[in-house]
Design a protein around this ligand. Structure first.
Ligand SMILES: CC(C)(COP(=O)(O)OP(=O)(O)OC[C@H]1O[C@@H](n2cnc3c(N)ncnc32)[C@H](O)[C@@H]1OP(=O)(O)O)[C@@H](O)C(=O)NCCC(=O)NCCS
Length: 158
């Protein structure tokens, strides 16, 4: 299994996976346009040409990025694919020198195992909620905000 950047031919699978979990109320749905526009943010787990999982990295601020649209094909759950996708997003967030990575999620145990901890949603910047406007769960969002510090600027040496 290989985690790679998404390409245009992955969009149908990305759309269908998100739709599947959006119908279960586990993910925020996305339009094709939103997927095309954000394609450069997406990673896919590729198992011999079959996309078995997806995740995207969305930069919110100088020191805050969000993991979005994390989903593993139902037939491939429990094989470590979700974990590898999150690790890839962590590596990329670190490479970009962004201090904090956040997830809005129902999967508390999954993210805890990857070193995320629960934070107060009220402490998050306003722009975090920009894309929630179309969510049917607004205004009573019941997802948990979980954060991991993934990068720290080195102290400037004298
Ligand atoms: C959440 C999700 C991405 C996990 O992917 P996965 O490939 O099945 O998970 P992994 O096999 O990588 O699991 C990694 C670890 O988390 C644990 N874990 C996974 N899902 C879990 C869950 N729902 N509850 C508790 N623990 C869980 C696994 O047991 C494993 O533990 P281990 O490292 O001790 O063996 C996947 O279940 C999914 O697509 N869910 C629906 C969409 C969703 O909720 N996305 C998250 C939105 S933020």
């Amino acid at each position: 299994m290989n985690i790679r950047k998404a390409v245009m031919s992955d969009c149908e699978t990305i759309y269908q996976l998100i739709k599947h979990y959006a119908l279960e109320g586990k993910l925020l749905s996305r339009t094709y346009t939103s997927i095309y526009e954000n394609l450069q943010n997406f990673y896919v787990a590729d198992d011999g040409g079959k996309v078995t999982g997806i995740a995207s990295l969305h930069i919110l601020d100088k020191d805050l990025a969000e993991i979005r649209s994390l989903a593993v094909d139902p037939e491939y759950k429990g094989k470590g694919i979700g974990k590898e996708l999150v690790k890839k997003i962590i590596t990329e967030t670190n490479r970009l020198q962004i201090e904090n990575l956040i997830a809005l999620t129902y999967q508390i145990e999954f993210f805890s195992k990857l070193g995320f901890h629960i934070v107060d949603k009220q402490s998050l910047p306003q722009k975090m909620w920009k894309d929630c406007i179309n969510c049917p769960k607004l205004p009573s969002c019941d997802e948990t905000a979980m954060l991991k510090k993934v990068w720290q600027q080195e102290l400037i040496k004298k």
